[in-house]
Design a protein around this ligand. Structure first.
Ligand code: PLP
Length: 403
């Protein structure tokens, strides 16, 4: 028997891809030739980049670069094992202690990514008798963690505290534990979760309160301490998740809480137990990043200055930047809502040709009919760069009938 006649068992994947092409939402990955920076080169073309999560410009900060190089020279390039076997290096522990002090909590554990932190934590602390009360727009990593836990998932309307209460009340007499969980900042719309109201509910119903601060880390609160600090709900959130991949500029995620929570995660969180820890360079980079957050608060001020300017100017150009059919942004995440998936991808392509990288985001990352270009401001964009990007957005937007 020859293999030539074998039918490709994966041919259904080609059908699915063709379907995306017909819809106009198929994409090719854009490849960055140089550094992640406000102006950089993707696919050989120099563009103004308003698509990254590099809020504070830390991806190329000289102190972080130097920390990574020094750690590599001192400790090599890899940790060699998962944390629980032989892969806990002193520098990993130093980073965790640094974050715990920064957040003013008992303890912290670092995961390989924010995704691993959420998915690993939710699935480690709950089981199938338990309940997860989750905002409708929570991040995919929370949803996956919830599914892995096999707990029953009750989804409440986005930021609707009354609906969250109705969901909690509906299971209050059931024996399982209840976890109330929200993003601190919602990644696609840039709005902030109603933490004070949710904390009240968690206290009233004896639920565990968990917040995912991926887009708030380094952005909101004193020196970027996040939404718990922003809302002054210290001590009322049992589990705080943050990322080291966005404003911090490197890679990783962390969980902050009591010593017992962290100790339990050492024993039960599957990404911690079954996946190798960070290279020493990453841990060293992150330690340096937290020093920069404390030493250079002007970066956060510039981030917010640029954000106010960018939102105002985009609004003046006539774009829908949220608040009509989608929640209004309150952070540097500024969506340009287009609606139609194909028009969004075409708009993104035209912008790129004119020198602006603004990535189109369509279903399933955002709901059908709510496709958008998600822009994110950074501290390091100059006014001239922003003016130039605005000129292109306005011109292309008019040409395509978007404004
Ligand atoms: C990006 C993001 C994550 C994942 O963080 P990574 O470190 O990139 O894995 C988790 N939660 C939210 C809300 C995010 O936006």
């Amino acid at each position: 028997m020859t293999t030539a006649t074998r039918i490709d068992p994966l041919s259904f994947l080609s059908d699915q891809l063709n379907d995306l092409k017909t819809k106009g939402t198929h994409f090719k990955l854009r490849v960055l030739d140089d550094e992640q920076a406000p102006v950089c080169t993707f696919d050989g073309k120099k563009v103004i980049n308003v698509a990254s999560n590099n809020y504070l410009g830390l991806t190329t900060h000289p102190k972080l670069r130097e920390a990574a190089l020094e750690a590599t020279r001192k400790y090599g390039v890899g940790s060699g094992a998962v944390r629980t076997i032989a892969g806990t290096m002193k520098i990993h522990v130093e980073l965790e202690e640094k974050i715990a002090r920064f957040k003013n909590v008992e303890a912290c554990v670092v995961f390989q990514s924010g995704f691993a932190a959420n998915a690993g934590t939710v699935s480690a602390i709950l089981g199938k008798e338990d309940f997860i009360i989750s905002d409708q727009l929570n991040h995919a990593s929370i949803i996956d963690g919830a599914r892995l836990s096999r707990a029953k998932i009750l989804v409440f309307e986005h930021k609707n505290v009354a609906d969250a209460e109705a969901k909690l009340a509906s299971v209050k007499d059931q024996p399982g534990r209840k976890l109330l969980i929200s993003d601190g900042v919602f990644s696609m719309d840039g709005d902030i979760g109603p933490l004070p109201g949710l904390c009240d509910l968690a206290e009233k119903y004896g639920a565990i309160m968990m917040v995912d601060d991926a887009h708030a880390s380094g952005v909101l609160g004193r020196n970027g301490r996040g939404t718990i600090d922003h809302f002054k709900v210290h001590g009322r959130v049992d589990i705080q998740v943050g990322t080291l991949s966005k404003a911090i500029g490197a890679l990783g995620g962390y969980v902050c809480g009591t010593r017992d929570l962290i100790d339990l995660l050492y024993h039960r969180a599957r990404p911690f137990l079954f996946s190798t820890s960070h290279p020493p360079s990453v841990a060293a980079t992150c330690i340096a990043a937290f020093e920069v957050l404390e030493d250079e608060p002007e970066r956060i001020e510039r981030l917010w200055d640029n954000t106010r300017f960018w939102k105002k100017e985009l609004g003046l150009l006539g774009f829908d930047i949220g608040g009509k059919t989608t929640p209004p942004s309150e952070t540097p995440i500024t969506p340009i809502i287009i609606g139609d998936g194909k028009l969004t991808m075409d708009f993104s392509c035209e912008l790129f040709k004119e020198g602006v990288l603004g990535t189109g985001i369509t279903f399933p990352t955002v709901p059908e009919g709510k496709a958008r270009i998600r822009t994110i401001m950074t501290a390091t964009h100059t006014r001239e760069e922003l003016q130039q990007a605005l000129e292109v957005l306005g011109r292309v937007g008019k040409k395509m009938g978007i404004v």
